[in-house]
Design a protein around this ligand. Structure first.
Ligand SMILES: [Zn+2]
Length: 451
């Protein structure tokens, strides 16, 4: 255990509850982003402060967040349940498990996939980049600082001047070549979003590569597949630079950005074609409980669902409440920001309970098609590191009413799914439907026929 302790520690992350202990800027409390300091919009380093200081009257202070962080970060933050003293103290959790529970299995899995020690999960992240192997290898070398820059060549006694041969800068290292040298800088300037400009140019090498390559890329939103584009452009910058230096007779007139875009589309297109060829799974599970059923007499039934865009992580939730005769009571939906599928499903349960409680129902059967979310709700706060949503849901369940939580098949959750997807086109915030929208009538009738 001693040998791997460091890796175990690097797998720890914060579970924010009251937001008093965790540092907003320097602790890692948003697994998808890492510490927020590199995203600080203003110049200099932000002063330490607890997460709770960005909450006002129980809600995230979006205006204040907007002053210091780019939109991409804010989208992730507002999908986190705002810290509150009612939730208990902040805790350490285990990041390699979705429910933050430490298990030997998840620790082992994270260790074996992590062999090179340079920062948690970097190797895995690079290895998973959907780009040709030679570009992955190039990115890996850049990450390790092993590209043959003049700095490295001097270190290996292959050259005696570490300076940049194109612009004369004193030290030609990875960051200089890929980002800061005149030509590279001019290229990035054309594609990097103005909001993240400052971070983009001030972040150290490892963070810089990480924030552009992880997931869809944090600097993303400029375009889909930013991480792929970023990797390709880095690689092309390096290649062209070598040609210019070692073969000065070659005239470079290729439009780099256009070439990168074409290459990216080729890479993405190749993947799309592949999955189109494989096609959707041919077996559709239609087991028991695939049809919507009325709740027992005197109960109401609440179907809830979360929808997360796999590329942007933009999340939305929705739900519908019906009587024991299958008649309409209300519908709701809400666009959340960006979060994991599990968190979206938990948000859906919470919002459903909130509306049902507000409407004064005493017996509520709540159905979700997420096995994982239902398991989390049932396990509740017995799981020491359960996330804040689970704690708040549990608080609702303890109130003076009867609530049954069930997992059902997707088919019987179609109406809730419709509301969740519908919310993705809405503004941020929540919507309540006292009468059913026209477009959902057919789905409602379908459920009525099956009950
Ligand atoms: Zn230079």
């Amino acid at each position: 255990m001693c040998n791997v302790w460091e890796a175990v520690v690097s797998g720890m992350g914060w579970v924010v509850r009251d937001g008093c202990l965790v540092d907003f800027w320097y602790d890692e409390w948003l697994a998808s982003l890492g510490p927020l300091a590199p995203f600080y919009k203003r110049s200099g380093r932000p002063a330490s402060c607890p997460v709770i200081s960005f909450v006002s009257d129980g809600y995230w202070d979006v205006q204040r967040l907007d002053e210091v962080l780019p939109e991409v970060c804010i989208q992730q933050i507002i999908a986190v349940y705002p810290p509150s003293p009612l939730l208990g103290h902040d805790r350490l959790g285990w990041r390699n498990d979705k429910r933050s529970i430490f298990t030997v299995k998840s620790a082992y899995n994270s260790l074996v996939s992590n062999q090179p020690m340079e920062g948690a999960n970097v190797w895995k992240m690079i290895w998973r980049l959907p780009v040709p192997q030679r570009i992955r290898a190039f990115i890996w070398l850049a990450f390790r600082g092993s590209l043959l820059t003049n700095k490295e060549r001097t270190r290996r006694h292959m050259a005696d001047d570490p300076g940049c041969s194109l612009c004369g800068h004193v030290c030609e290292d990875e960051l200089h070549v890929l980002r800061d040298c005149v030509i590279s800088r001019g290229l990035w300037r054309q594609v990097v979003d103005g909001n993240v400009y400052h971070n983009f140019y001030t972040t150290p090498l490892h963070d810089w590569l990480y924030m552009n390559l992880v997931g869809n890329g944090i600097v993303a939103r400029i375009m889909d597949n930013w991480n792929i584009f970023f990797a390709i452009l880095c690689w092309k910058i390096w290649q062209r630079r070598n040609r210019m230096i070692f073969d000065p007779d070659v005239v470079e007139n290729e439009d780099m950005l256009r070439a990168c875009l074409c290459y990216m589309n080729e890479v993405v297109g190749a993947r799309t074609t592949l999955s189109a060829m494989v096609g959707p799974p041919s077996v559709v599970r239609r087991g028991e409980g695939s049809d919507w059923k009325c709740p027992p007499a005197t109960w109401v039934k609440l179907n809830v669902d979360g929808a997360v865009n796999t590329t942007t992580k933009a999340a939305a939730i929705g739900g519908v409440c019906r009587t024991d005769g299958g008649d309409w009571l209300f519908g709701f939906n809400r666009r959340l920001g960006c979060c994991s599928v599990l968190n979206a499903e938990l948000w859906a349960v919470l919002e459903g309970l909130r509306h049902a409680w507000r409407c004064g129902f005493h017996r509520v059967e709540i159905e979700s098609d997420s096995r994982e979310a239902v398991d989390c709700v049932v396990a509740g706060s017995r799981v020491r590191t359960a996330n804040a949503l689970v704690i708040v849901i549990e608080e609702y369940l303890k109130r003076d009413w009867e609530v049954a939580v069930k997992c059902v098949g997707r088919e019987s959750n179609a109406v809730a799914d419709w509301f969740a997807k519908k919310a993705r086109d809405n503004e941020l915030g929540e919507w309540f439907y006292e009468t059913p929208p026209m477009e959902v009538q057919l789905l409602l009738e379908n459920d009525q026929h099956q009950r």
